[in-house]
Design a protein around this ligand. Structure first.
Ligand code: NAD
Length: 256
């Protein structure tokens, strides 16, 4: 069965909330041993209990932490998939972006993805290939804002453009190692990031629905699981010929 992850080890950063948590839920349902990595200790423990997965608490912008988290998850001998969903957004135009916000965004969204990919690929290269030649798969969370431009989140857009290039470059560097690296690029997804991050007052249900109606061609926001399904597919044997690609799951947003 293509979505059977029995016996597989999957590591998901940002797994305590939003799309990371939805992805952890799908992999757990598919039989994987799942590690969620998150800096929010309380949320990570609560989500780990709810999904029957394991939590590793820490900050992906720290290289040493990423190395130790991968080593812990790989203690059984292998990591089959890594999903990098941890991310932050600062909602500010370029001129209103402080040095601190700029650096913080790049530290988490860019360095965090790079450190986790590097540590995981080093591990995956040591693993014996499966029958189909696969050693591992990685999915990074990019964004429509990694390609499109729009006012109001310059550091975030820059960081997601970098994630797309990290994805493409690692993909071609390791295409012959049996390691596939892809990005999923969501549009507007109804998560705590969209509702609360960088806002003084969280969006209400009515405001979130209005936003979906106004900006998304299909007329609604995505639910996190609608993105998680693409992530699980990209990590599965069904995606055996797919690497180095940006996968838009945006209800037509980037087609306009
Ligand atoms: N929500 C959207 O509309 C949207 C659209 C496109 C892309 N994305 C991207 O998708 C990913 C998931 O977003 P979400 O909306 O589910 O967000 P979310 O805020 O619901 O979840 C993000 C999780 O990442 C964790 N995190 C943040 N910084 C961390 C760090 N330094 N170390 C470890 N954990 C950290 C948070 O604690 C949180 O649990 C992000 O990379 C985001 O940029 C979101």
């Amino acid at each position: 069965m293509a979505q059977d992850f029995n016996g597989k080890v999957v590591v998901i950063t940002g797994g305590a909330s939003g799309m990371g948590a939805a992805t952890a839920g799908l992999f757990a349902e598919s039989g994987a041993r799942v590690f969620i990595i998150d800096r929010n200790a309380d949320l990570a423990q609560t989500m780990a209990s709810a999904l029957s997965v394991e939590a590793i608490v820490g900050d992906v912008s720290q290289s040493a932490f990423c190395e130790s988290a991968i080593a812990r998850a790989a203690a059984g001998g292998r990591i089959d998939a890594l999903v990098n969903a941890a991310g932050i957004i600062i909602r500010a135009n370029g001129l209103d972006t402080s040095d601190e916000d700029w650096q913080r965004t790049l530290n988490v969204n860019v360095s965090g993805v790079f450190y986790m990919c590097r540590a995981a690929i080093r591990q995956m290269k040591t693993q014996a290939p499966n029958a189909d030649g696969a050693r591992g798969a990685i999915v990074n969370f990019g964004s429509i804002w990694g390609e499109l431009s729009g006012k109001g989140a310059l550091a975030y857009a820059a960081s997601k453009g970098a994630v797309h290039q990290i994805t493409r470059t690692f993909a071609i560097e390791h295409a012959r190692d049996g390691i596939r690296v892809n990005a999923v690029c969501p549009g507007e997804v109804d998560t705590p990031m969209l509702r609360t991050a960088g806002r003084t007052v969280p969006l209400t249900d009515a405001q979130a629905a209005e936003m979906g109606e106004r900006v998304v061609p299909m007329g609604r926001l995505a639910q996190p699981v609608e993105i998680a399904r693409m992530v699980r597919f990209l990590c599965s044997p069904e995606a055996s010929y797919i690497t180095g690609a940006m996968h838009y799951v945006d209800a037509g947003y980037s087609a306009v």
